[in-house]
Design a protein around this ligand. Structure first.
Ligand code: FMN
Length: 181
């Protein structure tokens, strides 16, 4: 099995999403599995241009992976622009989706995508900030569009205080153990 491990937090070793995505990979990887790492902060992809469509290496890497693990922190209520630049190279008509007479059709099904979310606040349905949640909802939408139902492991309330952060990250790391089952 090939696992593609992607991170997009700017916070290096202090990053919760990086710690959780690492734990997900540790849980999912089996003997002999190949893990490809793409750190979108250490090696950022440029903003999309028309010329960039000629280079399909990022798309090919995604298509070759059986499992994709993504560390996705919430910045300004949505995903880091580094991760958006990666998605801009993945959502390609004719490759990962196509338009048919009966509507759009995802072409990338059959892949497992597991996403480690890290958010400073709480965005549960019915909470005051719920309408500002454009990270999980966006990622669920775009992966759904290409035929994948992503799984999420979330650590929330990380900016509320050190105790909440510790509890949320510990719970999320605990949840990653269940993914291998
Ligand atoms: C530039 C920046 C913007 C942020 N914007 C938000 C936000 O809009 N909503 C929120 O809940 N938390 C926000 N946070 C808090 C992060 O989501 C939180 O620190 C989380 O731990 C980031 O993931 P990381 O630890 O993997 O870097 C922001 C943090 C940074 C650095």
């Amino acid at each position: 099995m090939t696992i593609l491990h992607i991170d997009s937090s700017i916070s290096g070793e202090n990053s919760a999403s990086r710690a959780i995505s690492r734990s997900i990979v540790d849980q999912l990887r089996g003997t002999g599995d190949q893990v490809t790492q793409r750190d979108l902060v250490a090696e950022p992809l440029p903003h999309l241009t028309l010329d960039a469509f000629a280079d399909t290496s990022v798309l090919d890497e995604f298509l070759a992976a059986d499992t994709v693990v993504i560390g996705a922190p919430m910045y300004n209520f949505t995903l880091p622009t580094q991760l958006k630049a990666w998605l801009d190279r993945i959502l390609i008509a004719g490759k990962t989706f196509r338009y048919t007479e009966s509507g759009p059709e995802g072409l990338a099904g059959g892949k497992r995508v597991v996403i480690a979310l890290a958010r400073g606040g709480f965005y549960d349905a019915g909470s005051p900030a719920a309408a500002l949640e454009h990270l999980e909802t966006y990622l669920r939408g775009v992966f759904g569009f290409i035929g994948i139902v992503p799984e999420f492991v979330a650590a929330d309330g990380l900016a509320i205080g050190p105790e909440q952060r510790e509890t949320s990250v510990r719970q999320a790391l605990g949840e990653t153990v269940r993914l291998a089952a």
